[in-house]
Design a binder for this molecule. Structure first.
Ligand SMILES: Nc1ncnc2c1ncn2[C@@H]1O[C@H](COP(=O)(O)OP(=O)(O)O)[C@@H](O)[C@H]1O
Ligand SMILES: Cc1cn([C@H]2C[C@H](O)[C@@H](COP(=O)(O)O)O2)c(=O)[nH]c1=O
Length: 298
């Protein structure tokens, strides 16, 4: 006996853009990506954002013009003519469908064409697909982009707190958003409240990337607090800088003791358990030598 044809509404946990209004179907999703520094959290966040945009959680209205535009852009992308594809989108002043924007963005990132990427991202925010946010405490690569350790880059909103997103992009643009990506989540104090509201009441898919632990392996910010409200949790590992094994922890190389110290490979390195323990011993020893030298000088 043939199975009944699946309808859009039978697809679990997926919504059309028109269903995301706050009054009708408010259910969104929360996905959490954690791990030590250099584990690929930001890279995974960028990939998931692209995948979400292509998945069809948001659908632009299809009409003849859109279909032709999408096909033309895709053909240009697939034959490596990215700048022509971006130019075509601009000249026609039509909205492409979400998958096409995602493809363009992916191409821009892949070809390191950040100028076009910025324009595509701005357009995606306006038409209502995705907003990418990072903490404005992360000043390592400038404030207007999230950047991976190997140079992938995406324009973003650098905010002090998540509750200011709506005000920054405007209520209309916020309502149209389907996907919200948050990087450096450990620095946002209002992470829990924001994720609850955005996913439970505003129907957003929220993808969160951040450090679960600090350099002393203590919980960092509110990242662990959102595990109970998450649909999925992904714990990534890096490579231990000292032996190449899987690295679960981040070792701080300097003698600063405050929790928040912005930095990259100059200050931190990912390490396995063995080298974390050894490293802590070495750092403690160095610290006490320094302390005693300071006392002698005094
Ligand atoms: N020790 C390391 N282990 C794994 N990746 C590393 C390491 N050092 C540098 N990298 C680079 O960092 C990239 C991951 O960067 P990113 O996504 O920004 O990580 P995260 O956001 O978790 O800090 C990797 O693809 C790799 O090129
Ligand atoms: C371990 C640890 C890290 N930080 C800071 C250092 C960086 O600026 C970010 C993490 O960046 P990444 O994208 O995960 O590479 O957090 C800190 O302030 N305190 C710490 O203990």
């Amino acid at each position: 006996m043939p199975l009944p044809k699946p309808t859009i509404s039978s697809v679990p946990n997926r919504k059309l853009h028109s269903e995301t209004s706050q009054s009708s179907s408010p259910c969104g999703e929360v996905h959490v990506i954690v791990g030590p520094m250099f584990a690929g959290k930001t890279t995974t966040l960028l990939r998931r954002i692209q995948a979400e945009s292509t998945n069809g959680s948001f659908q632009a209205k299809l009409c003849k013009n859109y279909i032709q535009l999408d096909k033309a852009i895709k053909d240009l992308c697939f034959t490596g003519r990215l700048s022509e594809a971006v130019g075509l989108l601009w000249r026609t002043r039509l909205k492409a469908d979400a998958g096409t924007y995602a493809l363009l963005l992916q191409e821009c990132i892949f070809r390191k064409d950040y100028k076009s990427g910025r324009r595509i991202h701005a357009q995606m925010v306006v038409i209502g697909t995705v907003a990418v946010i990072k903490s404005n405490k992360d000043t390592r690569y400038g404030l207007d982009s999230i950047v991976t350790h190997d140079g992938m880059k995406l324009p973003c909103w650098a905010l002090a707190d998540l509750s200011s997103l709506r005000q920054n992009i405007g209520a209309d643009a916020y309502d149209k958003l389907d996907v919200i990506g948050i990087d450096e989540a450990q620095f946002f104090e209002d992470l829990y409240d924001f994720c609850c509201e955005a996913a439970d009441h505003h129907g957003k898919t929220v993808i969160v990337a951040g450090l679960d632990g600090d350099y002393l392996r203590r919980r960092f910010g509110s990242v662990l607090d959102i595990i109970p409200i998450a649909d999925s949790v992904m714990k990534l590992t890096a490579r231990c800088e000292l032996c190449g094994k899987r690295a679960f922890f981040t070792l701080r190389k300097t003698d600063e003791t405050q929790t928040e110290v912005i930095g990259g490979a100059d200050v931190y390195m990912p390490v396995c358990r063995q080298h974390y323990v050894n490293g802590q011993v070495v750092i403690e020893a160095a610290r006490s030598v320094l302390e005693s030298q300071k006392l002698q000088c005094a």
